[in-house]
Ligand binder design. Structure first.
Ligand SMILES: *Cc1c(COP(=O)(O)O)cnc(C)c1O
Length: 388
């Protein structure tokens, strides 16, 4: 492998996360793996077959291009569901391929029906209803106008699901808004039933909702961040831990295990006398005779430039601070106190090495969504490999 860095995906970690999350939701609720954003940076093409080996048979993506990549990566007869963008020709492709997709306005509903008649196959749609997020979704007035269409066109429209999405279930500050959304969703489902539309899958929960509000789990949970081994927020983790406060939880700190490990290696070792600047400009001045390892990872690889003089990596099982500016393709790390470091040694950017760990959250605690952001910024051309 010629690449300066590599992403390892741990099969054991993914298995454990899925087992844990499935135990939370119980056997009456289906598990759906959300793989938008290149499977949160894990790599769709590598992650999908891995998840299938761990028993997953449902995947959700954001857009048509992701659906195509997911479908091409399948090794089992799994379902793929598009939760967002799907342009004209992609709708026909989706219908033809048996890919499910959200319908949230009249235009897409008509397009789905027309496509289904053209290709002679039923469109598998999930009705997205407005409950208070105010992003996409039918409001009640629109639903009233389309509900007859759903019934009349039942020969070409298979309403597989009814869905909504919460406005931030990972933060207790949104508690009331989420309760209102949940009530609105239930009320809409009851009304739809009365109108003769009975979608078999009611689904509303993402990771945070499923872990915090059991009543949101319904028939299926769309798990994203949690099945990759990250808590949606510290609040979610604390809430879960308090609610499930028994001895086993107190003993084993975290039931989720990070699936991803981003690693590189030491490219060169450099000894620098005291009083010299290291790297571009004056960002780093040596205060004694120091030793640095050049690591061939930079902001091109998703390691934020804002981690200059701030971030850490692991070498020889110990934390080494970033020294000076993060460059496009490399950075220097201070290994003065880790004397054994040699060219070729493994460097871990995200994940464990021996007993040390760099968590994605540790990159910064300033942004709530940083977990998500750091992950999806990892370029898709870094090689992904599965390890046991
Ligand atoms: C991303 C997404 C999810 C998964 O969210 P997580 O917080 O990662 O679990 C679920 N549903 C929708 C509609 C999404 O866009």
């Amino acid at each position: 492998m010629f690449s300066p860095c590599q992403i390892e995906l741990s099969e054991a970690a993914l298995r454990q996360n899925i087992r844990f999350l499935e135990a939370q939701i119980g056997s009456g609720t289906r598990f759906c793996s959300v793989i938008k954003g290149n499977a949160y940076g894990h790599g769709i093409e590598t992650f999908v077959p891995l998840a299938e080996r761990c028993g997953v048979r449902r995947f959700a993506v954001f857009s048509g291009d992701e659906a195509l990549r997911a479908q091409r990566s399948l090794t089992q007869t799994s379902d793929v569901l598009v939760m967002g963008d799907l342009d004209g020709p992609a709708i026909e492709w989706a219908v033809e391929s048996g890919i499910g997709f959200y319908v949230f306005d009249r235009g897409r509903l008509d397009a789905a029906e027309a496509a289904a008649r053209r290709v002679g196959r039923r469109a598998r749609v999930h009705l997205e209803v407005e409950t208070g997020l105010h992003r996409t979704g039918f409001d009640r007035a629109e639903l009233r106008r389309v509900v007859r269409r759903l019934v009349e066109a039942a020969d070409v429209l298979s309403v597989d699901g009814v869905t909504t999405h919460y406005a931030g279930a990972e933060s207790v500050g949104n508690y009331l808004r989420i309760q209102h959304q949940l009530a609105a969703f239930r009320e809409t489902v009851t009304w739809l039933r009365a109108e003769g539309v009975t979608p078999p899958l009611r689904h509303t929960a993402c990771s945070a909702a499923a872990l915090t509000y059991p009543e949101t789990r319904m028939d299926l949970v769309r798990f994203g961040i949690a099945h990759y081994g990250f808590w949606p927020s510290q609040e979610t983790r604390m809430h879960w831990a308090l609610r499930n406060d028994d001895e086993s939880n107190r003993r084993s700190a975290d039931p989720l295990r990070r699936v991803m490990r981003l690693k590189s290696r030491v490219m060169a070792v450099k000894h620098v006398p005291r009083g010299e600047f290291v790297g571009y400009g004056t960002a780093y001045l040596t205060t004694r005779r120091q030793t640095f390892a050049a690591v061939p990872v930079g902001y091109f690889h998703g390691f934020a430039r804002s981690l200059s003089n701030l971030g850490h990596v692991l070498v020889c099982g110990r934390r080494a601070p970033v020294a000076g500016l993060v460059n496009m393709n490399m950075m220097m790390v201070d290994v003065t106190d880790i004397p054994a470091v040699q060219s070729g040694d493994e460097v871990v950017i995200i994940g464990r090495q021996k007993r040390a760990e760099i968590t994605v959250a540790s990159f910064s605690d300033m942004t709530r969504f940083l977990n998500y952001e750091v992950l999806v910024r990892l370029p898709s051309d870094i090689p992904r490999v599965v390890v046991a």
